[in-house]
Design a protein around this ligand. Structure first.
Ligand SMILES: [Ca+2]
Length: 334
């Protein structure tokens, strides 16, 4: 099928070139949508559209998709300028049928749709039941108010530093634990259906004094993922560091132990900032790789006195960070 489609479109293209403007079609030619790969939260598709190549009166061409049987350009879509496309669409729910239609928008605003195709995403099977307090990932995102943990384990729930969201924020008012993450450990259980690479980001505050390089960090670990190298810091140039204590190298500059990374923010004190860096003076960002749908444990441990944590998000690195205040929080199992 793929071969036939490509040959048919290639013939159209060739005719157009050879005959100058004499072969221009007024109607677009929509090739079949070939579904080449289906995941729990993504679909990869390939195909082509030849649309009035000679006159150049096409404003946009692409694929619309959605759960509705007749998706339109008002909904989700992607566009492309070349004849052929090879695109992975994301932000999909698992075990859900999506309908896909090619479209062309003309210069005068008319939208012409091609035939509809459909594809059903894979079901994400998680054997562990959804028990009280677990957070559910959806369409590649996890959004959690730090203070929603069931056991704050020595952290204080506070609300004096303005600019937080939810019911307040957590602040560590116990002793510093600069080298060993063994105090103030808070657990979050995450049910993750969508596989892939996720970025971690928290909104935190060095809520004391006027030296922004103090009171600006806490410990973070994903113990299920640390041992296999699936919890790590990555610099923009691709350099990776692994938490110390799990037998992987290289480890970060500065402190790290027992599978924990030290997560810090830069900038002035008494100011909230969405930033999670690791490795001193290196600025690696923090990632986890999820290869199998399942329940994963995340741990925060206290490091610096007066470090405050308001909220955190974990999201597919290909997506925008869901840090807007009105972005829905992850559903919590009851
Ligand atoms: Ca909060």
């Amino acid at each position: 099928m793929k071969k036939i489609l490509f040959v048919a479109l290639a013939v159209l293209l060739a005719n157009c070139k050879e005959n100058d403007n004499s072969f221009c079609e007024s109607e677009p030619t929509f090739g079949d949508i070939e579904i080449s790969e289906i995941g729990t939260g993504s679909i990869n598709l390939k195909g082509g559209i030849v649309a009035d190549l000679c006159s150049g009166e096409i404003k946009m061409k692409g694929i619309v998709y959605g759960k509705n049987t007749s998706p339109t350009v008002d909904g989700s879509k992607f566009s492309f300028s070349k004849t052929f496309y090879n695109q992975t669409i994301e932000e999909l729910y698992d075990n859900t049928t999506y309908y896909l239609r090619p479209f062309v928008t003309t210069a005068n605003g008319e939208v012409i749709y091609g035939p509809t195709s459909q594809a059903t995403t894979e079901e994400a099977i998680i054997n562990e039941p959804c028990t009280t307090g677990m957070y559910n990932e959806a369409i590649g995102r996890i959004v959690i108010e730090a203070e929603s943990a069931t056991n704050l384990n020595g952290w204080t729930l506070a609300s004096t530093q303005e600019g937080f969201s939810g019911d307040g924020y957590l602040i560590w008012e116990g002793a510093n634990n600069f080298t060993t993450p063994n105090d103030g450990i808070i657990e979050y259980k995450l049910r993750i259906k969508t596989t892939g690479t996720y970025k971690f980001l928290w909104n935190s505050n060095a809520a004391f004094g006027n030296n922004g390089t103090e009171h600006n960090d806490s410990w973070l670990s994903f113990p299920d993922l640390a041992l296999t190298g699936d919890f790590y810091g990555k610099k923009q140039n691709g350099e990776i560091v692994y938490p110390a204590g799990v037998g992987l190298e290289p480890t970060p500059e500065g402190n790290s132990a027992n599978g924990y990374l030290k997560i810090y923010k830069n900038g002035p004190t008494n100011t909230w900032k969405w930033q999670s860096n690791t490795s001193d003076n290196q600025g690696h960002e923090v990632f986890i790789d999820i290869e199998t749908p399942g329940v994963y444990t995340m741990l925060i441990a206290a490091r610096s006195m007066h470090h405050a944590i308001d909220k955190f998000v974990i999201y597919k690195e290909s997506l925008d960070a869901p840090i807007a205040e009105d972005y829905p929080l992850s559903e919590i199992c009851e």
